[in-house]
Structures are given as C-alpha cells and as structure tokens.
Design a protein around this ligand. Structure first.
Ligand code: SF4
Length: 253
C-alpha cells in the first residue's frame, strides 16, 4: 500500500532513505527532523541514529539509513500516483552515494506509470548526479526549495538540470523573494512554515510571487499559510484555493 500523504501537492510519499543534515535557514524547524526523532524514540529501525538530543531539541546527526524494503515499494503500487520522493530527507545530500541514487532512478524508470516529485536544497549535486545518469525520464519532476532571496541562485542551477518539469517550492517562505526569474521553471509552490516556533509569512510576499507566476505563465500552487495552528490559518488566498499544476499532470495523475 502506498504511503498516503497529506501534503497538498502530492498523493503519496516514498522514503527509501532516512536522515539528513541542516543546510540553510529553511531547515531550522525541519518537520522531518522532528518526526524522525519521534519515530526513533518509538524504536523504528529505519530512523535509528538519525537524530540526537541537543538542549531541548532533537537534531539530525548526519547519519543516513537506507531502507532496503522501501526501495522497491513503488513496483507494488499499481495505480498511477504522484509520489514525493524522500519527504523525510534530501536525496541529493553528499551522504547519499551515487550508486544508491542510480538504483532509485532505476525503480522510477521501471514504474513509468507513476509521476515522481523530487525536491532538494542541493541543486548543484542534483545537476551533477542527473548528468551522470543515462536516462532522461519524463515521469520525474525535479525541484528546489527557496526560503528567501538569499537562495534564489538555486533556481539558476535548477534551470540547467535536464527535466521535463522543473519546479520551485517557496516553502517555508520566511522572506521576500522578488524579483524572481522563473524562465524554464514549470511550477511554483508557496507555503508558510508550520509547527512549533513557526516563522510568520507575509501576505505580500505570497501575492508578489503569484503575480510573478501570472506574468511568466507559471502554474501557481498555494499550499498553506502555516503557523502554529496551520489548520486554522488554512490555505485560502483571495478567497479561494490555488491548486494549479504543470500541464503534464493532467494525463499523469
Ligand atoms: S534539507 Fe529538507 S529534510 Fe534536510 S534538514 Fe533541510 S528541511 Fe530537513
């Protein structure tokens, strides 16, 4: 059975690896880090050693565990799904060997009926790894996260990665990011941070990205306002939801 997801822009998650390292301010309140600590405390072997206590928080140790059983899970999911790969980690961190990424690529190739969404804060390694892989796979969407204007250069790197769909996730949006050039970007997601200690999002930051998407003809997906009570804050913008997708998803989903 697929790992059903409540992340608004996907249908399932697939986590063949567990564990990560903090990279930039967008990682500070990493949801995966909190959840991994909980799962580790509950005795989950997959997450053993991936987090440690630091003061009142749990933080990544930098250890990455491979879940061999999960590796081939999509083969058993017969219904076509949009699958977020490694929602609990970053596939392109240096600790994940090229050979393992190549195995994951092979599974995605074999399961051509699924659409895979891969998001990284390390687009340079994504570019290096993808250029070493033989296959250009139309069912893989490649994206990067940008939390504020200091990380806009990730989009420039993403532009040079071969992919049918390139996307940017402006989440958690913790600062303004405009002006932003979305040339050769096919989808933009925007969302505020949620959970304990969530940093506030500004409506104007969101609206300006939306205007940019409109002007540059990029589908716009507004995920959430976030905050410590994200359900209450909801995901309406201008009185409605914005769930636009790249065109190719119409046939893929
Ligand atoms: S890259 Fe993603 S999973 Fe890794 S620490 Fe940062 S937010 Fe968490």
């Amino acid at each position: 059975m697929a790992g059903a997801s409540d992340i608004e822009w996907t249908e399932a998650t697939w986590n063949p690896i567990a564990g990560c390292t903090i990279l930039s301010p967008g990682c500070t309140n990493c949801y995966a880090q909190r959840l991994a600590a909980r799962l580790q405390a509950m005795g989950s072997l997959k997450y053993q050693g991936t987090t440690r206590k630091s003061g009142r928080r749990h933080v990544w140790t930098g250890r990455v565990n491979i879940d061999q059983a999960a590796l081939e899970a999509p083969l058993k999911w017969r219904r076509p799904l949009r699958i977020f790969v490694n929602s609990m980690s970053d596939l392109f961190q240096d600790e994940v060997p090229f050979e393992l990424i190549a195995k994951i690529w092979a599974v995605m190739k074999e399961t051509h009926w699924h659409t895979y969404q891969i998001l990284t804060k390390r687009p340079e390694r994504m570019r290096d790894v993808v250029s070493r892989l033989d296959d250009y796979l139309p069912n893989i969407w490649l994206g990067t996260s940008v939390e504020n204007a200091s990380y806009l250069d990730r989009i420039n790197v993403l532009r040079s990665v071969p992919a049918q769909i390139r996307f940017v996730s402006f989440e958690p949006l913790i600062g303004p990011v405009v002006p932003v050039d979305l040339t050769d970007i096919h989808w933009a997601i925007v969302g505020g941070e949620s959970g304990p200690g969530a940093r506030p999002i500004d409506r104007q930051w969101v609206e300006t990205i939306q205007d940019t998407c409109r002007a540059q003809n990029v589908p716009f997906f507004f995920k959430q306002w976030g905050g410590s009570r994200k359900g209450k804050a909801g995901r309406l913008l201008g009185g409605r939801t914005w769930d636009e997708y790249p065109i190719s998803t119409i046939s893929a989903a």
